[in-house]
Design a protein around this ligand. Structure first.
Ligand code: ATP
Length: 324
């Protein structure tokens, strides 16, 4: 991969122009055949590279919708996230990989990404259906210096907000957040967010923010047991996942810096602006009970306040919600 990065550096430095294969060979200290094999590999990733015998290679244009660490880094405009990117074609779950990386010791802001997950997770043991097919399955590792555990919910809200904002960049203006963290379009789920945290003495030591976005999925898999959609279905367009991801992380980092600066109430305000839940009749289903009533508000801890026939009930985030 590192060899590929150097080849891409050389190609990008000369974008639009031919470079001889000798130049690439010298830069990398590898044979012509080895260069040719690497170029073939890059073409498979989707790079538009022309090759002419006895002239060399030419990167015709920037790589588009090529979701590899090199391209993600090229587009990222962040301070914390993306210093290190772990990329998988297939893994069980980016959440599991992240947990393992934290245990092993990793850099704050690490991004873990996979093209496909065999055991993608949702909240409370639910599954996130993660077929190969141009979607995003990503976990961000955040290990803040001194943030109260109480902010976990704000971090989760920040991820949903960042997704709503990035969907709007791609022409989906009516994305909304279903409490606490699903992103929907016309009540169809387009993205999910999952947060797993560790804390010590009330201070957050690590947070893994996982999210899945249905991007270029052309039809909704039967295993998804609720109304769902994708960006492709909504817009009819193929979406460049690298731009989608890097914009999303940029927005997320900006929101996280509000929390770091003690302005977390802004997150709740923005969440309220983007939600589709308040003012609607809902049913909250948890293990042992079901609550029905009007979703009135969220409190300063992000708990949902539901007006029931027995008065206001405060609902924690681990429950599941459906509209009545
Ligand atoms: P909900 O309240 O919608 O059941 P949740 O917030 O409790 O969801 P999540 O972790 O967000 O749980 O998502 C898991 C649920 O999302 C699954 O039970 C399934 O109904 C739905 N789902 C799974 N995969 C996808 C997908 N790729 N796109 C949209 N929805 C999905």
């Amino acid at each position: 991969m590192i060899i590929n990065n150097v080849i891409l550096d050389v190609l990008y430095e000369n974008i639009g122009k031919y470079i001889t294969s000798d130049v690439v060979c010298q830069r990398l200290n590898i044979s012509r055949i080895a260069v040719w094999n690497r170029i073939k590999g890059l073409k498979k990733f989707g790079y538009n590279i022309e090759s002419k015998r006895s002239v060399g290679y030419r990167l015709v244009e920037e790589g588009k919708n090529i979701l590899i660490p090199y391209e993600i880094k090229r587009h990222l405009n962040t301070k914390t996230f993306g210093g290190y990117i772990e990329y998988y074609r297939l893994t069980s779950s980016t959440m599991d990989e992240s947990k393992y990386l934290i245990e092993k010791g990793c850099q704050n802001g690490t991004i873990v990404i996979s093209e496909e997950q065999t055991n993608g997770r949702g909240r409370g043991g639910k599954k996130w259906i993660s077929p190969k097919g141009d979607n995003l399955y990503v976990s961000l590792i955040y290990m803040p210096e001194n943030i109260s555990y109480m902010n976990a919910i704000n971090i989760m809200f920040a991820a949903s907000i960042a997704i709503v904002e990035v969907l709007s960049d791609f022409g989906i203006e009516n994305a909304k957040i279903k409490w606490p963290n699903d992103v929907t379009v016309n009540d169809k789920k387009i993205a999910g967010v999952l947060l797993e945290t560790k804390s010590e003495s009330g201070i957050l030591s690590s947070a893994v923010i996982g999210f899945g976005i249905n991007v270029n999925l052309e039809s909704i898999p039967k295993e998804i047991d609720q109304a769902a959609t994708s960006m492709k279905i909504e817009t009819g367009e193929n979406i460049d996942r690298t731009i989608l991801l890097t914009n999303m992380i940029y927005y997320f980092e900006n929101l996280i810096s509000m929390i770091e600066e003690g302005k977390q109430s802004r997150i709740l305000d923005i969440w309220k602006q983007y939600n589709n839940t308040l003012g609607r009749n809902v049913e909250i289903i948890s293990d042992n009970e079901s609550i029905k009533g009007l979703a009135k508000d969220i409190d300063d801890k992000g708990f949902l306040l539901v007006e029931t026939k027995d008065g206001i009930k405060r609902v924690v985030t681990s429950d599941s919600l459906r509209f009545l």
